[in-house]
Design a protein around this ligand. Structure first.
Ligand code: ATP
Length: 205
């Protein structure tokens, strides 16, 4: 099935754009939400996390000890890379399992991931969308949504590739600057993806 990856910086509006695709009947895999869920479900991942960060990574009831993990990976790039190397393949496995549940007559699927390019996940997509928004607007949105300070938002932004870097890898763009209609941009992309998905299907017959 034709796969579209969608990403964007924090507060760019990628989830908002995905909701519009969902209204059009396109199934969306929210990789970041799934990543949190599988931390306590994927046995290979759990074993890997315990081996890398110790048995204290989980409580006796099987819940993730977020404080323990955060304490290790916070400001430790090597440990964070180790954690990502465990989590990303587990998310790929979850995506494959999710795709199996999608009805065959679905034209295409969407995979939303904050680290689509950084994780290498984009290589498994037929095309990608980068959602962009001006820096100040992203700041304002996240501060309002999460009740955090500008410094806290900036610290999160600094952990992601810049839009400039991501632009070099993106196949399509949605500009969510609160002036251009996000709905119209999604509708235009939807038409393009329907055609591309149909072409892929014909080529595979
Ligand atoms: P994150 O990476 O932090 O999860 P995101 O890229 O998924 O962010 P959203 O959650 O879609 O971004 O949007 C961030 C906030 O900005 C939300 O509260 C959303 O309702 C709001 N927002 C997004 N787009 C617009 C818009 N065009 N006009 C007004 N508010 C918007």
């Amino acid at each position: 099935m034709y796969k579209v990856g969608i990403t964007g910086g924090i507060g760019s509006g990628k989830t908002t754009a995905c909701k519009v695709f969902e209204v059009l009947g396109i199934p969306v895999f929210y990789a970041d939400t799934v990543a949190k869920e599988i931390m306590c479900k994927d046995v290979v991942l759990i074993a890997g996390v315990k081996a890398a960060f110790g048995n204290d990574s989980y409580f006796e009831n099987g819940k993730l000890n977020n404080k323990h993990i955060a304490g290790i990976v916070f400001n430790n790039e090597e440990a964070l890379a180790k954690l990502n190397a465990l989590v990303h393949p587990a998310v790929f496995r979850a995506f494959d399992a999710w795709e199996e549940t999608i009805p065959a007559n679905t034209p295409y699927t969407l995979k939303e991931a904050a680290l689509l390019f950084e994780s290498g996940s984009y290589k498994m997509c037929d095309t990608t969308i980068l959602v962009t928004a001006p820096h100040d607007i992203k700041m304002k949105r996240v501060m309002l949504r999460d009740g955090v300070t500008a410094e806290q938002v900036k610290a999160r932004m600094d952990k992601q590739l810049s839009d400039e870097e991501k632009s070099k890898m993106a196949g399509h763009f949605i500009v969510n600057d609160e002036r251009q209609s996000i709905i119209e941009q999604v509708l235009a992309l939807h038409q393009q993806f329907l055609k591309a998905a149909e072409a892929l299907k014909s080529a595979n017959i």
